[in-house]
Design a binder for this molecule. Sequence first.
Ligand SMILES: Cc1cc2nc3c(=O)[nH]c(=O)nc-3n(C[C@H](O)[C@H](O)[C@H](O)COP(=O)(O)OP(=O)(O)OC[C@H]3O[C@@H](n4cnc5c(N)ncnc54)[C@H](O)[C@@H]3O)c2cc1C
Length: 542
Amino acid sequence: MRKYTRFVVESTRPHYILWGSVPCPPIPVGQKFNGLCRRSLGAQTADAKGSTSMGARSGRQYLDSLRDDRQIWIDGARVADVTKDRRFAAAARTMADLYDMQHDPALQERLTYASPTSGDRVGLSFIQPKSVDDLVRRRDMVKTWMDATCGMFGRSPDFMNIMVTGFACAAQAFGGADKKYSQNISNYYLYCRENDVAMTHTLVNPQVDRSKSVEKQDKDLAAKIVKETDAGIVIRGARMVSTLCAYSHDLLVMPSTYLANSEEARPYAFGFAVAVNAPGFRFICRPSVIHSEAASPMDYPLAARLDETDAMVIFDDVLVPWERVFIHRDPEMCNGLYNRTGAMPQIMHQFTTKNLAKAEFMMGLAFAIARATKIDAHLHVQGMLAELIQFTEFARACLRASEADAKPNAWGFMTPAAMPLWTVRMMFPKMFIRMCEIIQTLGAGGLVAVPSYAELSGPMRADVETYFQAANADARQRIKLFRLAFDAAVSSFSGRQQLYERYYSGDPVRLAGTLYEIYDKAPYIDHITDMLDHLEARHVQQ
Ligand SMILES: Cc1cc2nc3c(=O)[nH]c(=O)nc-3n(C[C@H](O)[C@H](O)[C@H](O)COP(=O)(O)OP(=O)(O)OC[C@H]3O[C@@H](n4cnc5c(N)ncnc54)[C@H](O)[C@@H]3O)c2cc1C
């Protein structure tokens, strides 16, 4: 029997980084910062391009690395500097806070590990798990970042770190006869791990005509290979949705939709990574959900720090160097990628942890609202709060089951059991929408009757302090709590979160089809058949 040393999915004491966190102090070049030495800015820029390694990034190093001439477009204009722009600066700061947590002495052991190659501390989401204990450690790392962002910053770098690590744990599945592609994915993983590269990704072709496969479209807008050169492949067209593009160093482009195994489909059959500031790249973003006109960031405490940004990516003859190509004109490899590599359970392990953090956050919020106005005295309110407990404990139990039933993949890397994670993947979108509905139901008119946080220090202060109290909260507590609840369950930020939960891991309709396809149905059908045969045999004997 296997022994698990650290098995409990604990509620960690969160390290919140919502609006109001301390700005990152500049670290002098060469000075030790929590045991890590910051390299010169020049060397750091080179790091982001792949020449030397740096280990786990600090927030300052991260912010500096974003000033790289990337083409981020929003509201009809190009963004000069995402770290300063009013629509992007706050989320850039959030990313920097996450990176800074890696250097907090109290969290360093929890968030980083010693690189097996350089010995530097590197992000724990890059660990290639060899045991259940490694999975538990990695989950604890993800949970710490997710608790800091209430589970509402779903594409924090751990998501893509775990995806790339998952591919690298099955590197030999890449390339078929041409092993350079398996070497490329291994090298890319090492580069990302040693340089703490933040990645965005695009798996989906633009919505043009979903009634036809990509190679049969009248308007040929999807990204495709237009030529090969000695230096690499050249890509033209578009892909969606690039969440986190404004805050990433690299874009990973991988397949997801089914491709015909035909000559015409081959230009669309690729997998590669490329720097977001590569010549010819343009990211056209949706408008921000930040309320820049709000009197106080406390009015929209989530939107104020956690707008990840989503964008369409335009490739205007972008050159991808051969060493960053992982799949080349290979529909068969594209279609079988996730089955062949087994990377999906690793990714699902990350986002189930995100779901647990999000469920705990929404549950805590609902408890606090119910306590504030004493509606938790009513039985049907307790019923709704019990639903939130069930959602939370369901996610926790599935996460634990995936670790308990983990098995090594063909190359010896520990892989969480897929089915408990698939179950959360399919059910969580509905759960999250119900969580929002419960918070709306509990908060009711109070969600729109509380004023801006700014009223607490305005001319109406006396009225506000008197009339916005609740049985168990003074006006300040009540206003803060209900503004947070509004942002979590009612605002445009919440609408985007609900859409995210519906779709970020794929179309639920086609995912349900896949789940049905891959589920091992035979034992259950056999059980029914055996039972009927048995009954029939008894009936005949009588
Ligand atoms: C907030 C948000 C963030 C995202 N971030 C990322 C990201 O960072 N990276 C990334 O790669 N992707 C991201 N996605 C995109 C996500 O992968 C897709 O939304 C998802 O795969 C569904 O594809 P689609 O949006 O093109 O919908 P469509 O495929 O256009 O589907 C729209 C509707 O039509 C139906 N439909 C369309 N075609 C078919 C078909 N062939 N068979 C059956 N039904 C069909 C669907 O069921 C659905 O109801 C994000 C999405 C959202 C909403």
